[in-house]
Design a protein around this ligand. Structure first.
Ligand SMILES: CSC[C@@H](O)[C@@H](O)C(=O)COP(=O)(O)O
Ligand SMILES: [Zn+2]
Length: 211
């Protein structure tokens, strides 16, 4: 393992990740993008083998604590060696791992943000955007360039969802909409993943409201 050895540094690393994930969840819940138990977040702890700290499943995302975090592998399965092996990782942990692996991102955000769901409804084959200043916030041009946010159909099978995301994955677009479900966005760290989430939701709201 090239990153932190969980048996030695595990608790400190995981606690810091759990603290960051809980704070970020509360932030997204506060703006209505993680209503109820919806949404989940992850931070990549190690690349090879892939290990992510992911939020636990089924809790109110506005009320997570730093302990509500699980270490998962590339299939989203909880690894054996961790402080709380009894905790259940997010039902979507496998998709987080797939996105992290496809994109090389350091953090992945999944929110049930309404404009993403509406845009996925209107443009199920991809959402085209152009000539908007906010496109610069996802590393694209504000003028004369068309950027398409990919859309995949929803599924309860994370392998199917992951394969669909892989088919439409664009390394120049740090987000994908899951139709009738929500949005995944990612970045080099949790802060950039947050920024991408906020910017894409803004862009999608513009698109929906000007259709
Ligand atoms: C109303 S939450 C629906 C869930 O199935 C899922 O889509 C979600 O975002 C949260 O799942 P979780 O397992 O708590 O991470
Ligand atoms: Zn979801």
């Amino acid at each position: 393992m090239t990153g932190p050895d969980y048996r030695v540094e595990a608790r400190g690393v995981l606690e810091a990740a759990g603290k960051a994930l809980a704070a970020e969840s509360a932030r997204f819940a506060g703006i209505g993008w993680m209503r109820g138990t919806s949404g989940n977040l992850s931070i990549v702890l190690n690349r090879n083998p892939l290990r992510l700290a992911v939020t636990v499943s089924g809790l109110d995302k506005g009320e997570l604590t730093s302990a509500d975090v699980v270490v998962v592998d590339e299939y989203g399965r909880a690894v054996e060696e961790q402080p709380r092996p009894d905790l259940i990782p997010s039902a979507e942990a496998e998709l987080h791992a797939r996105v992290a692996s496809l994109s090389g991102a350091g953090a992945v955000v999944h929110v049930h943000a309404l404009q993403a769901v509406l845009a996925g409804h209107w443009w199920p084959d991809g959402i085209e955007l152009r000539d908007l200043e906010m496109l610069k916030g996802i590393g694209r041009l504000a003028h004369d360039e068309t950027v398409a946010i990919p859309v995949v159909p929803n599924s309860q099978d994370m392998k199917v969802l992951g394969d669909d995301v892989a088919k439409v994955f664009d390394p120049g677009v740090p987000a994908v909409v899951v139709a009738r479900h929500g949005m995944y966005a990612w970045g080099r760290d949790l802060l950039q993943a947050r920024h991408h989430t906020e910017i894409v939701e803004f862009l999608l709201q513009f698109k929906v409201e000007t259709r």
